[in-house]
Design a protein around this ligand. Structure first.
Ligand SMILES: C[S@@+](CC[C@H](N)C(=O)[O-])C[C@H]1O[C@@H](n2cnc3c(N)ncnc32)[C@H](O)[C@@H]1O
Length: 239
């Protein structure tokens, strides 16, 4: 694409994304809460709700980063969480947070690729991925892996940025995402990573296309729910 500063699909994208998150890991949590004005905590909680977790279940949180989605899930039921990410630096921070919260017996992390999960078929009761699916090299390959490692009846919950559909909020959002956010982030972290963010959202399939992808990988009861004027959406489905 002519207006692209970044690679948006395939294996070359993976190297770019891994390097980017290794680079911004130290500032990631602060920027996440600051740039979303803290609303990300609410978005995560809603995404966990869609998993309908029950005590004794095991959740795989793919692209877990520094672990916040897993911590949110642990508040909702007595479960075990496995977090997976390919960024070493993001995982180091997740491990530190797990230790600080004394959750090591409930939450473990592994380094790995979302498109080639190091788990056997039918292992997990539930699977979440927050702000990760947009970053993988080949979306269908990752969804195929999610389906494979979920037990029959297991639920997937995918939290991802979306472009708001309303005229007014859509313009406001684009102004914030394209102009304000990269500048603010650039002052505190990496301008490049936060220019990648709006670009990657634009390259991500729209709601209908993404749901069609989930269905084509075999998921049933595929739904989406817009949050906060459609800035973010939760996609869910059942194996
Ligand atoms: C925006 S962060 C989201 C982190 C965390 N889920 C959260 O909600 O804060 C995206 C994460 O996806 C990870 N990631 C991207 N592509 C991946 C892949 N193919 N396999 C594993 N992790 C990946 C990155 O390393 C990064 O930690």
């Amino acid at each position: 694409m002519a207006d692209s500063e970044f690679i948006h699909s395939g294996d070359d994208k993976k190297g770019q994304v891994q390097e980017m998150f290794d680079g911004i890991a130290r500032r990631y949590d602060f920027l996440n809460h600051f740039l979303s004005l803290g609303i990300d905590l609410y978005w995560r909680k809603q995404s966990v709700k869609a998993l309908v977790l029950e005590d004794g279940q095991i959740l795989l949180d793919v692209a877990c980063g520094t672990g916040d989605q897993g911590f949110s899930a642990l508040k909702s039921a007595e479960i075990q969480v496995v977090g997976l990410d390919f960024s070493f630096n993001m995982l180091e921070l997740a491990k530190k947070k797990i230790d600080d919260r004394e959750l090591a017996d409930q939450f473990e992390v592994v380094q790995g690729d979302a498109e080639n999960l190091p788990f056997t078929d039918n292992t997990f009761d539930a699977l979440s991925i927050s702000y990760g699916i947009r970053n993988v090299g080949t979306i269908s390959a990752a969804l195929n892996e999610f389906y494979r490692v979920l037990k029959p009846g297991g639920r997937v919950s995918i939290l991802e940025f979306t472009e708001p559909e309303g005229w007014f909020f859509g313009r406001l959002y684009r102004f914030y995402f394209d102009h304000i956010l990269p500048k603010l982030a650039g002052m505190m972290s990496s301008k490049s990573a936060y220019s990648y963010l709006p670009e990657s959202v634009r390259h991500f399939p729209d709601r209908a296309d993404f749901k069609a992808l989930l269905s084509s990988e075999g998921f049933r009861q595929v739904e989406h729910r817009d949050l906060t004027f459609g800035v973010t959406a939760i996609y869910s489905g059942v194996k």
